[in-house]
Design a protein around this ligand. Sequence first.
Ligand code: GLA
Length: 742
Amino acid sequence: MTGTNETRRKVFLGLLGGVAGLAVGGGAAARVLVDHEAKVFWLDGGGATYTFGVNELGQLQSLYWGAALAAGDKLLPPVTVEGNSSNEVPIAISPYEFAGFGGGLTTEPALKVRFPDGVRDLDLRYVSHESRDGRLVLQLKDVKRAVHVSLAYAMDEASGILTRSATVENRTGNWIQVDQMAAACLNLPYSDDYQLSFLSGRWGGEFMLQTRPVTPGAFVLESRKGVTSHQANPWIALSRGGTGEESGPVWFGALGWSGSWRINVEMDAMGGVHATAGYNPFDFNHRLKHGESLASPVFHAGFSNEGFGGASRIFHRYQRERILPHAPAPRLRPVLYNSWEATFFDVTEAGQIALAEKAARIGVERFVVDDGWFGARNSDKAGLGDWVVNRKKFPNGLGPLIKRVNVLGMQFGLWVEPEMVNPDSDLYRAHPDWVINFPGRQRSEARNQLVLNLARKDVYEYLLKKLDELVAGNNIEYLKWDHNRTWSEPGWPEVGPDQQQRLYVDYVDNLYKLLAELRRRHPKLEIESCASGGGRVDLGIMKLTEQVWTSDNTDPYDRLVIQDGYSHAYAPAAMMAWVTDSPNFVNKRVTSLEYRFLSAMQGGLGIGANLNHWVEEDFARARRMVEEYKRIRATVQLGSLYRLVSPRNGAQRSATLSVSQDRRQAVLFAFLHSSMMRAAQPVIQLRGLAPDTVYALRPIAGNAAPRTPSKASGAYWMGNGLKVALEGDFQAAAFVLEALEA
Ligand code: GLA
């Protein structure tokens, strides 16, 4: 097993509670039941049951996944599913847990290997299993050759989220080449009315929720870009015809992987629906010597009978309690100021100090200097890779600025983009061989930069040293870790041609190792994952980064749509949003400061406006909104999110409600985007409150309609609802409901 693979496996095993690992959350693993005689395995947790077993041929087949079954329920034994014609090999389309490519399989394989003699047939059969502390590991082996696969399963007791991964080990005595490898294949109960929901987008428009019927054939979601990508995010949800926001079944899952990935959702010839998620087979091959192994990423999957809202609340909870750093109690996001949109590359000590003084006045807790502080970085054309302070901009280093920021009562944070280099940089001039490239071929640039080959040991060690020195030498408590281009010409010339494509796995493993090691050395350090906005948001990176940057599009209305999509998969606990200038730099839309605050206050709040242009009244308003935010942020970040009215598809209004876990506080954000139909402005019925508890209503911004009671029961707010007095386009209001003592 390679070292980095071992690290990732430990993180996963640690997550399952079995082995001490890195960044491990708390929480208990759910019950695993094994019927040794029938060879049937059950995992029960959080209202869900997942079962599978060994069929008559010794292959692993799914049995049931959905709402919890009763103890003592008996399922029919697993048998291979046949097609309706003798022209099909019988095993072609069974609902396999993890099928090898071979033996006539015609659905998506979970594992495909080739042997030195040209054989590409792999037929995996059950060998043994072990169940300990809520973790179930099954050993499989090819019918003829010593290719061993172990499948790890666990279920989180509280949320019912199932984690699955696989490891393939070569004990053949010769090399094998892995051409395709998934973490898991998940099979859905038979039905002909499935809908697939997924998130797609582009720069400035990430996390757009898409839904399409599942029909015969396959639908592929993927990144071929070396990074998670803006274009598609590795999350899916499968629902049924009648499923809505708050009712009906949803099966969902996300892959914890920040490199190229693929999720294949297919309906086979007999109507079975399967989702196979793992490494992207596009340009993939990973050669294993005798004794070596390859671990897949982890697939995290769950079930809810309470619609998309129920599904995302379960998943958010799981992310808070099992994924994010410091789980099960992730730290609250401090209010941040970032100078990017205010100064772009024009950063200087005096300019940043002036902004810091203003930021401190409105209650900011963390001051962040973005791009432009290092090397010859006066634009995006030069300097990337040279992580030394630019002495023209900061004559005495970062020290005086950081000191001032700290005296003002704020933490200091810094932007870095460690994995990249501008050809016009000292680093590239010294090490032109450090980038991903094919010798003698073009090196395509994007944003004037190339990608460093982090799979290389020397690059890994260089970056660790530089970042370690940077953090150790300054009181830096936060890094915004950017990644501003996708891959091209993915060559690694220093290793043999048959080893080069290990890049897809080794790069990401080293990225995780680098982040984990920096965190280990600097326990105070917090990190944000950014990739030209939301290009690297996934459960792999989220184990190592407290927060994610959802989009470079900071327009508050567009952001509501982006946040709505994001929240289907990922937790508000990690989601950052900034209040920036109006008109917005992306789309020139003009909005009020209050509207911008109320949009940005739905996750971790940041301010990114040019404070030098603010007048006294802006400071006073901002100070008040930041104060309000601090009173509600625990509920917004760590509470249960209800998407009451979706802003998608050009809706005229939208609303979200966050309810604290103890249901003592709730926060409502309501927006009117178009006032064309103002006469029809309906009441908003709240959800998730305690019906018998009396809640006092207090506006944060805007007003409720005349004669709205100032206090009423949870039943009233949920049944009768709340009418918000909003008039005019792009208006917003927010309210806090506080439970009164009984
Ligand atoms: C990317 C990020 C921005 C900003 C710039 C700096 O585009 O998404 O937030 O940090 O880089 O160059």
